[in-house]
Design a binder for this molecule. Structure first.
Ligand code: BES
Ligand code: ZN
Length: 627
């Protein structure tokens, strides 16, 4: 017997409930319900009543009109309700049919638009309805999609498109229940211009085909933020038996060289925490506009070309995205308040891969660089409007989940796990982590679920007391945090001291190739804030830091230069800001520039030209910085 708890007449009540992004406006009983620890504040979907089990996309990508249009077909599991609620943002819904694409049209309604969440899409269904077909197209405000003109690609001849779903942008290119707490399988048929190839977070082609029509399948269940598409003039090159690279033809050799260790990395990861469950692991190198370093789309990591340093020194990013194949993709945060479960575990796992492959000396330098960022950001957050953002468990209700993307989730999360490891010992801890992935595979988890599992399987059986609550629900960095030192960084510190005490840059006895990227980053970070411009010029003359070509080093250098009033860096910095859209680099640069009136004018002028080159994730952030 079905119960029709949600009738069409209750739709107007729902409309009222969701008319605002903030749940403050909800009736009291609804607020109570939302205070449950596992409620996803960032989705309108009623997945506990009706949920999608499988999604099929039949879409066409049109570079002329810059739209994706077609049908999103949802195979439902219905607990006996007559309305299914999807998330949409900046989508045109043409019509909705039941059970067959050309079938009977059904009644639907959209809720009020919210800047962060978009809108609820209410669709009337029958309890017997198996499939809902949503006929739709994207709009120019579909924020997930980046339409790149040929001049923004490496080859300069063909346009390029990629999508970025995490955290809640998938709803801007596909109408769906956009909550990580619901896992679905998906398939797709995608039509693209004949001279281009399409790839997704699914089974992928390895060659272009003459029709421009590509079919995809993702048989393992995934959260919606991991659905991704890219279209461009790309080619495939194998690295190992189950891994390879997709990149534009002019970049492929460089990428193959840079990522040569990928097969070894997969093996290392499996040796640590169990079998890789996604069959293939490939990496797609995107144009530099990509707003992130990497995105762990299953079977196909999307990566920035700024890690093609030429010396394999930024390969830890691949270790990170690969690690997400376990933490995040296999075991997923149930809500964005639990984001540290995805990222903290991944940074921990990443550093274990790096240690196993390249030794402790290297992995500790990487971790120290991140720790420095955590210390700085922790201080900043404590002074901000949301000091509780230094807790691992977040409270992002009414806010953009993007705001949880700080080094707290990443680095404090990882240090929590490292500290636990120190207390229980590596052997026991590794067994625990392996068991955690195994037990929760293809599931979603809240922080509270994690704490229960930790207590039950690790702390109680071993009779160990640990300040878990302080780490998860408390501020800042707890005092029992693992401390890390690096001899190689100490040697870098010695060079900094010599330089600060007057030694000439050319007498330091170092050349560019003596240090890896992280040692140079450390060197630049340790320079005193009141360093005279003449001394920065001296370093540039010796090492050409401003024109290095390595985005990590250049960004550190620009930040020091801006603070010191070293304006010679401007031509290089302008070129960098025009070409690179990775938010981790450009946001700090624009922030530093906005601190003086004169720099801000210069920055705004550059930004005017650079903004069209950026993905919405980045330009939304920079808009706010430069208002
Ligand atoms: N999953 C993240 C990227 C992300 C997080 C996108 C939240 C949107 C919302 C990805 O795995 C990541 O962490 N990327 C980092 C790389 C890294 C080595 C820490 C990045 O892009 O900088
Ligand atoms: Zn990550």
């Amino acid at each position: 017997m079905y119960k029709y708890l949600l009738t069409v007449s209750t739709i107007s009540v729902l409309l009222f409930m969701f008319s605002c992004c903030n749940s403050d406006a909800l009736p009291e009983y609804e607020t109570n319900k939302q205070s449950q620890h596992n409620h996803d504040f960032h989705s309108y979907a009623n997945t506990s009543q009706v949920r999608t089990r499988h999604l099929h996309l039949d879409i066409e990508v049109d570079f002329n009109s810059k739209t994706i249009s077609g049908i999103a077909s949802h195979t439902l599991e219905n607990m006996g309700f007559d309305t299914v609620i999807f998330d949409i943002k900046a989508l045109d819904i043409h019509k909705i049919t039941l059970d067959s694409p050309n079938g009977e049209e059904t009644y639907f309604k959209t809720g009020t638009h919210c800047n962060t969440l978009g809108q609820a899409l209410y669709v009337h269904v029958k309890p017997s309805t198996k499939i809902v077909h949503i006929h739709y197209s994207t709009t120019e405000n579909s924020e997930a999609i980046d339409w790149l003109s040929p001049n923004l690609t490496a080859g300069k001849e063909h346009p390029f498109l990629y999508t970025q779903g995490e955290a809640i942008l998938t709803r801007s290119w596909i109408p769906l229940q956009d909550t990580p707490s619901n896992r679905i399988t998906y398939s797709a048929q995608v039509k693209v211009p004949k001279e281009l190839m399409a790839v997704m977070s699914a089974t992928n082609p390895q060659e272009k085909n003459a029709t421009g029509i590509y079919s995809f399948e993702m048989k393992q269940s995934i959260p919606s933020y991991l659905i991704a598409l890219a279209v461009g003039d790309i080619e495939y090159r194998a690295l190992g038996t189950n891994s390879g690279i997709y990149a534009e033809p002019v970049l492929i050799d460089k990428a193959v060289y840079e990522f040569a260790d990928m097969p070894k990395m997969i093996e290392t990861a499996e040796n640590l925490y169990g079998p890789y469950k996604w069959e293939r692991y490939d990496v797609l190198v995107l144009p530099p506009a990509f707003p992130f370093g990497g995105m762990e789309n299953p079977r196909l990591t999307f990566a920035t070309p700024t890690i093609l340093a030429g010396d394999r020194s930024l390969i830890s990013l691949i270790a990170h995205e690969l690690a997400h194949s376990w933490s995040g993709n296999l075991v997923t945060n149930a809500t964005w308040d639990d984001f540290w479960l995805n990222e903290g575990f991944t940074v921990y796992f990443e550093s274990r891969i790096m240690e196993a492959l390249y030794g402790k000396e290297v992995s500790e330098m990487l971790t120290l660089i991140e720790y420095q960022e955590l210390v700085a950001e922790n201080e900043e957050i404590q002074k901000s409007q949301y000091p509780e953002d230094t807790h691992l468990k977040l409270s992002l209700d009414g806010r953009d989940p993007d705001e949880g993307m700080t080094s707290v989730a990443y680095v404090k999360g990882a240090f929590f796990l490292m500290t636990l490891e120190d207390v229980v010992g590596r052997a026991k801890f590794d067994e625990f982590v392996k068991n955690y992935f195994e037990t929760h595979q293809f599931n979603t988890l809240t922080t509270e679920d994690f704490v229960n599992f930790l207590n039950k399987t690790l702390l109680i059986p071993n009779n160990i007391k640990f300040n878990t609550d302080a780490w998860i629900y408390g501020p800042g960095i707890p005092s029992n945090c693992r401390t890390i030192t690096s001899n190689r960084f100490n040697l870098v510190d010695d060079r900094v001291n010599e330089f600060v005490n007057g030694k000439k840059a050319t007498d330091l006895g170092i050349k560019r190739s003596d240090w890896i990227t992280q040692e140079w980053m450390h060197f630049i970070r340790q320079l005193p804030s009141d360093i005279p411009v003449a001394r920065l010029k001296e370093l540039d003359a010796a090492f050409n830091l401003k024109g290095w070509g390595n985005a990590e080093i250049m960004t550190e250098w620009f930040l020091v230069g801006i603070a010191a009033g070293y304006t010679d860096i401007r031509p290089e910095m302008e070129r960098f800001l025009m070409a690179v859209g990775r938010r981790k680099f450009i946001a700090p640069i624009y922030t530093a520039l906005s601190r003086t009136a004169e720099n801000k004018i210069w920055a705004k002028n550059v930004y005017q030209h650079a903004r069209p080159n950026y993905h919405a994730v980045s330009f939304n952030t920079i808009d706010a910085i430069l208002n």
